[in-house]
Design a protein around this ligand. Structure first.
Ligand code: FE2
Length: 240
């Protein structure tokens, strides 16, 4: 079984198109999309249109909750902008997304952790322009009770894969549309594949027209996003 995992598109259509084009050259049995689909100042409706048409199994991120209900604590200007640009069908799709999903017995997917879409799991990206990697005990706490061999999460925008000592594989594919902390502007996604020896992971960075995406953000009144998209060194404050 071969699966593509995308996450945190954040309305960045130039980045999403580059990733979808890279995926189109390959065969997949399934595509998973782990949330924060539209919340960004580039092209939220275009991102929704593409993700809905892609056939991906999609779940809900914290920003998707905030786009659906902009009165919630945490919702910001970019969530309100996204909401204004979506049509009724796109908003209904976003409203109907579940926080987690499974693919058979082998795969479990969430946005942040299995119980909270705002908690970072495989790193702590809330430290400004650096991040801290947690130890195994801290990571394992959130995986308690999950029987799947592969556990997928997003939210932090930092691609990482690790194995717990019991053999379960954890994968964060990074972000398609907004790179934080690690200094790469490239659009990221992951390919996981079940081979004879077990599940293997490829974390992929795809170059794309960051200048076009940055200008879209700036034209919509979000200069901080423009800067972050060009260079990829931004802290999570850039998402505001
Ligand atoms: Fe998120």
């Amino acid at each position: 079984m071969r699966i593509a995992v995308i996450s945190d598109v954040h309305g960045n259509v130039p980045a999403l198109d580059a990733v979808l084009a890279d995926m189109a050259r390959q065969q997949f049995d399934a595509v998973l999309c782990l949330g924060d689909h539209v919340s960004g100042p580039m092209d939220p409706a275009g991102a929704a249109e593409r993700i809905m048409a892609s056939g991906a199994v999609s779940i809900r991120g914290n920003h998707d909750r905030w786009v659906v209900d902009t009165s919630l604590r945490g919702a910001g200007a970019v969530d309100r902008l996204a909401r204004e640009t979506l049509n009724e069908a796109q908003l209904a799709w976003l409203s109907g997304l579940l926080p987690t999903t499974t693919l058979g017995d082998e795969l479990f997917a969430c946005h942040g952790t299995p119980t909270d879409d705002e908690t970072p799991w495989l790193d702590n990206f809330y430290n400004g322009r650096s991040s801290v990697l947690p130890g195994e005990a801290e990571v394992a706490i959130h995986a308690a009770g999950i029987g799947a061999e592969v556990i997928l999460c997003g939210h932090t925008h930092i691609a990482r894969t690790l194995r717990l000592s019991d053999g379960r594989l954890l994968v964060n594919p990074g972000s398609v549309g907004m790179q934080l902390v690690r200094g790469t502007p490239d659009a990221h996604y992951a390919v996981i594949e079940k081979r004879q020896a077990g599940w293997q992971t490829a974390l992929i960075g795809v170059p794309y027209d960051t200048e076009a995406a940055a200008r879209m953000a700036e034209a919509n009144g979000f200069p901080g996003w423009g800067e972050a998209i060009r260079y990829g060194w931004a802290g999570p404050d850039a998402l505001g």
